[in-house]
Design a protein around this ligand. Structure first.
Ligand code: PAF
Length: 280
């Protein structure tokens, strides 16, 4: 595996690979890789000649009071994991080289109004800008994004469509621990006690799913979900929503594809998760 830190070198390498007709699969990450990332990389490995993984803790997507400095990092373990699953290139640019002197950014519209976008102004502008830059540097044919961050996935899909970026976005299933908690780099912040109650996140999604199937109305379902979370002192709701799969706008029309999306603080750690319910 080659480790590249220089933007120009990465881009020239990608150009060379394209000239050799190699297909490139790209997995952008912020590092501290876990089994969820591994699944993205294995998907990329299956169908591409070359797999590029990037590690970049993107300052543009963190708000002033968010956890940028504290964000977990372990380049050594990440390198070992990538090597063990035959990643070809690990791209680790330094922060300033990707973000300094940036006078232009890509701002999503509409899809970032809801869910995480509502409470994290500028977050998805930071994500889109850095992902577009990484696409321009690594020149992938396909790029892999987890379904756990459903809003991020939808916004990136919209970005490549609206800006005619020639990259196919491949959504990858969420990977879960034995008790249903979705893998996330942020799980490492949880104390043992917090980890014990973190299953409240998939549990509340199960509760909402059952109540949708029992034909309860939106208001009643969301109130029941809030009460369920209220019973746990260490948990605090950021949002619990039922949204339209396409627009991500809140909906009470359950006769279409919908997404149950939740963000819940367990102690100081915000965990997000979701489930798509297909009407058909
Ligand atoms: O999902 C992430 O880890 C980040 O948002 C991404 C896509 C690497 C952009 O910084």
């Amino acid at each position: 595996m080659n480790i590249i830190t220089d933007i120009k070198e990465m881009q020239e390498t990608a150009i060379k690979l394209k000239k050799q007709d190699k297909s490139i699969g790209f997995v952008p990450t912020m590092g501290y890789l876990h089994i969820g990332h591994k699944e993205l990389i294995l998907n990329a490995r299956k169908t591409n000649d070359i797999v590029i993984v990037s590690i970049f803790v993107n300052p543009l997507q963190f708000g002033i009071n968010e956890d940028l400095d504290k964000y977990p990092r372990n380049i050594c373990a990440d390198t070992q994991l990538c090597e063990s699953i035959n990643v070809d290139f690990l791209f680790i640019p330094d922060t300033s080289s990707l973000t300094q002197n940036l006078l232009m950014q890509i701002q999503p519209s509409r899809l970032d109004q809801y869910l995480c976008g509502a409470s994290r102004p500028g977050h998805f502008t930071g994500v889109c800008t850095i992902v577009a830059k990484l696409f321009n540097i690594t020149l992938p044919d396909t790029a892999y994004f987890g379904k756990k961050d459903i809003q991020q996935l939808k916004i990136i899909e919209q970005m490549v469509m609206d800006l005619n970026i020639p990259v196919r976005i491949i959504p990858v299933e969420t990977v879960r621990e034995h008790d249903g908690l979705a893998y996330s780099s942020r799980n490492s912040y949880l104390t043992q006690k917090e980890r014990g109650i973190a299953t409240i996140v998939p549990d509340v999604i199960n509760l909402i799913t059952q109540q949708i199937k029992s034909h309860l109305g939106r208001e009643e379902i969301l109130n029941n979900a809030l009460t369920f979370i209220d019973n746990e002192k260490l948990a605090l709701v950021n949002y619990i929503e039922i949204v339209d799969e396409k627009t991500l706008a809140p909906t009470d029309d359950f006769k279409q594809n919908i997404v149950i999306a939740v963000a819940i603080y367990i102690g100081n750690t915000k965990l997000i998760d979701n489930r798509l319910i297909k009407y058909t």
